[in-house]
Structures are given as structure tokens and as C-alpha cells.
Design a protein around this ligand. Structure first.
Ligand code: S3P
Ligand code: PEP
Length: 454
């Protein structure tokens, strides 16, 4: 399919809208995996409908799981035993390539995993080493896709030491399947740097505990999952807070106001950090009755931010930094060179093309804001480069994204939601003008009347 380009619309007025964000990719795909491993049926409510979760459902079905979608209620029936399948397509989904192989390791037979061309360079070896250590057989040529998993229903499990510096998903993948292993699993991280995206591991632990699994995470860099049953049940998915970020950032950038309903009071999604990050960047942020409101002020503050725990936010923060008065620094995100694309290189290229001065560091970016120009914004098959380009295009005319469809990885309705946000903002502005002129006419009437009475 040819790439579809899209000219990001300019903000005609400061944005002013309420935006309902679809379900979290990370929670949806964990809920599906855990429902597949459970001892009884589950219902997932509000799961994300997007490419990554479609690939996950297809992968699980191929391993023998029954899934039926009725609107936003998905019924999941686990199989008595997983069945091996010829090929599983991971697309570009980290959660599929890192969470599904441990399930294939319970199937007696061989399953080959492959994915998009861009997926073949994403790191995998820590997970594959870990799976070998717990008893699976892996055939592989490189540190990545494609590879073949040959499993057994009675996978022993046990102690596994992995270097998870490149992604938290290696640990999450092993933990999610650990309770089903004969001895459970005891995962330790030993590596050059701290595990990134730690809140995502906390999310894994919490979702396991909600399903009756015992997890000991009391020691740093060690997670112990006891063998036992994973219970089914009914589970509700939170909105995807990383996908809320570009909409909320639009308020900060245009001096407008965006409200996002159903914002969780507490969440293990790294995207929850957007509220604090936007406050640091100068916006007014308020959470009341489950609605997060971000209101832009006149300026974007420059920042010095460690995004190691919330690296999904890097593209949005980098774009905001391009509109600050002074230089900003982002660090702690070396591992995002292994995300959908090398995000540090991609952001440096796009921001340089539109006039900023950007330095890539080992683990981040230094962004000096400069004259901003129209240009092509390359998206590198990365959904977050689409949302970042849209954000940039609110302020600079004629920003053309070379491929917008890759946003379907986690938000197929992004363009519609973005354009609706802008249309609602124009409508709110016109209404405001109308109310303003009605009020002025009323005031004038009062003055005239008053004058007549005098
Ligand atoms: O477990 C998860 O659901 C995720 C973990 C993180 O990956 P890394 O640890 O590779 O950053 C995050 O960036 C990704 O979007 C989703
Ligand atoms: C890194 C991301 O995705 P994945 O789940 O494919 O790793 C992301 O969505 O920012």
C-alpha cells in the first residue's frame, strides 16, 4: 500500500475541546495475554481497537485462544493447551514480539515469529535468552525477528538473569507467563543501565496481582512470580495516556484548553507523567472528578528532563521544546533508538529540517529553538512521529507528514480526533464571539435604556 501523506492542519484559534481517548495499548495487550493464560473465561471492556491489539488477538487465536468482540466487550476463552502455529506476525508491536513468545513456549511444537522490516532491528535477545533459560528451545540467527520457539506444556521456569537495559518488555513478557511455569519464575535484571519504562513493569505486576497471582517485587531489579492459577474475570481498560499527550500538549502550545475525561486518579501508565511534564513546560494542569484539564499560558518553558521512566513522551516533549525560548535537554532515553524507529535520530532529523538546532547525545537530545519553517516531516513508520508532527503543524504552516497511516499502530482514529479537536475549537471560538457580541448588545441596551431614563 502506498504511503498516504497528510498536511497537518494549522490551529486557527487556540484549541478548546474535550477529547475522549481510546483504551491503553499496554493494558489491552496485557489483559489479552493474561486472559489467554487464565483458568477461566474473561471479559475485557474498553480494549483498544488498533493494529497492535489486532495483531495480539490474531496471534492468540493462532495459539488456540477464542476471542469474540461484541462492541467494546471482548470475550476471551483460554484453550486447555496452547497449539503451535506456523507463523505469527508481530507487525511492529513490541508487546506482541515480547509477550507472545513466552506463550508459544507452552505449545508442544514450533512457532515462527516475524514482523515488519522495521521490527527486525528491534532488540529481542534478552527475552530469547530468558526463554531458553526457563526451558524453551529457540532457533535464531540474529538478535531479533525472525526466530522460532519450540515449547512444552510443562515449562520448568526458575531463575533467569537478563539485561533489560534495552526494554522493560523483556521482563514484563517473562513475568506475565511466569505463574504458569512449573516453578514459577524469578527474574533478575543485571545490566549497564537501569531498566527503562519501569512503570510498565509495575503495571504488569499489578495486573498479575489483580488476577490472584503472587508477585514479590520487594527487591530492586528482581521480580519473583509464584506458580499458580491466573483467574479470569471482567477487566476495564484505562484510556491510553501516552496517546492523550499530543492533545493535551496542543493546549500548552496554542494557549488553549483541553479536557480529557476518564483520567485515572492513579495509573501505572508512564503516559500519566504528561500532567507533571506539561506543568514543568509552563501549562496550568488540573485533575478534578476524573477530568484532566490543561490550559496553556503565554510561553513554553525550556526544560531539562530525564524521561527514562516515560520515554513514550519524548516526541511530544521534543516538539514543545522547539517552541521554548531557550535550550532544552532530554536525557535518559538511549533505549528509544530501539523503538519503532531510532526516535532520537528521527526527531533530530525532523526538527533540524524545520529549522531547529538539535544535538543528539548518547541518551537524549539538546534542542535549541530557532526559526521554524515549512517542510516535510518524515514519520519513519512510527505512530508517535505522526502525533508529534501534527503537534508541530499546529503552529507552522504546510507541514506535510510523509506517511500518516502508521498512526494506526495505536490510534487509527487519530486524524479524525485531531481534526475534530480543531473544528470544536473553532466552533467554541465562534460561540464565544457570538456570546460576546450578544453581551455587548445587552450592555448597550442597558446603557441606552439607562440613558433614556435619565
Ligand atoms: O510494556 C509496555 O506496554 C511498554 C513498555 C515500554 O517499552 P520500553 O520498555 O521498550 O520503553 C513502552 O515504551 C511501550 O510503549 C509499551
Ligand atoms: C515503544 C512503543 O511501542 P511498542 O509497544 O511497540 O514498544 C510506543 O508505543 O511508544
Amino acid at each position: 500500500m502506498p504511503n498516504r501523506s497528510w498536511t497537518a492542519p494549522l490551529a486557527q484559534v487556540p484549541v478548546h475541546a474535550e477529547v475522549t481517548i481510546p483504551g491503553s495499548k499496554s493494558e489491552t495487550n496485557r489483559a489479552l495475554i493474561l486472559a489467554a493464560l487464565a483458568t477461566g473465561p474473561s471479559v475485557i471492556i474498553g480494549g483498544l481497537e488498533a493494529r497492535d491489539t489486532r495483531l495480539m488477538r490474531d496471534a492468540l487465536r493462532a495459539l488456540g485462544v477464542q476471542i469474540t468482540e461484541e462492541g467494546d466487550r471482548w470475550q476471551v476463552r483460554p484453550p486447555a493447551e496452547f497449539t503451535a502455529t506456523e507463523r505469527i506476525d508481530c507487525g511492529l508491536a513490541g508487546t506482541v514480539m515480547r509477550f507472545v513468545p513466552p506463550l508459544a513456549a507452552f505449545a508442544a511444537g514450533s512457532t515462527t515469529f516475524d514482523g515488519d522490516e522495521e521490527a527486525r532491528v528491534r532488540p529481542m535477545s534478552a527475552l530469547l535468552d530468558g526463554l531458553q533459560a526457563v526451558g524453551a528451545t529457540i532457533e535464531r540467527t540474529e538478535d531479533g525477528l525472525p526466530f522460532t520457539v519450540t515449547g512444552r506444556a510443562d515449562l520448568p521456569g526458575g531463575v533467569v538473569t537478563v539485561d533489560s537495559s534495552a526494554s522493560s518488555q523483556f521482563i514484563s513478557g517473562l513475568l506475565l507467563a511466569g505463574a504458569r511455569m512449573t516453578n514459577g519464575i524469578d527474574v533478575r535484571h543485571e545490566g549497564a543501565t537501569a531498566v527503562p519504562s519501569k512503570p510498565n513493569i509495575d503495571m504488569t505486576v499489578q495486573m498479575l496481582r489483580e488476577r490472584g497471582v503472587q508477585v514479590d517485587d520487594s527487591q530492586e531489579n528482581r521480580w519473583v512470580v509464584s506458580p499458580g492459577e491466573i483467574t479470569g474475570g471482567e477487566f476495564v481498560v484505562e484510556p491510553d495516556l501516552a496517546n492523550a499527550a499530543p492533545f493535551l500538549a496542543a493546549a500548552a502550545l496554542t494557549g488553549g484548553r483541553i479536557k480529557v475525561p476518564h483520567w485515572p486518579a492513579r495509573s501505572h501508565q508512564p503516559g500519566a507523567a504528561i500532567a507533571d511534564v506539561l506543568a514543568l513546560l509552563g501549562a496550568d494542569v488540573d485533575l478534578e472528578d476524573g477530568v484532566l484539564t490543561v490550559e496553556g499560558t503565554d510561553n513554553i518553558e525550556s526544560v531539562d528532563l530525564d524521561l527514562h521512566d516515560a520515554s513514550e513522551l519524548t516526541p511530544v516533549v521534543a516538539v514543545l521544546a522547539a517552541f521554548a525560548e531557550h535550550t532544552s535537554h532530554i536525557h535518559g532515553v538511549a533505549h528509544i533508538r530501539g523503538h519503532e524507529t531510532d526516535r532520537l535520530a528521527a526527531l533530530a532529523e525532523d526538527l533540524t529540517a524545520v529549522g531547529c538546532k538539535v544535538q543528539e547525545t548518547d541518551d537524549g537530545l539538546t534542542i535549541h529553538p530557532k526559526l521554524l519553517l515549512s517542510n516535510t516531516w518524515r514519520t519513519f513508520a512510527d505512530h508517535r512521529m505522526v502525533t508529534a508532527g501534527a503537534l508541530f503543524g499546529l503552529m507552522v504552516d504546510d507541514i506535510v507528514l510523509d506517511d500518516v497511516d502508521c498512526v494506526s499502530k495505536t490510534m487509527p482514529d487519530f486524524v479524525a480526533l485531531w481534526e475534530k479537536m480543531l473544528a470544536d475549537s473553532v466552533a467554541a471560538d465562534e460561540l464565544n464571539d457570538q456570546l460576546g457580541s450578544d453581551q455587548a448588545a445587552d450592555d448597550q441596551g442597558t446603557v441606552d435604556q439607562g440613558a433614556g431614563q435619565a
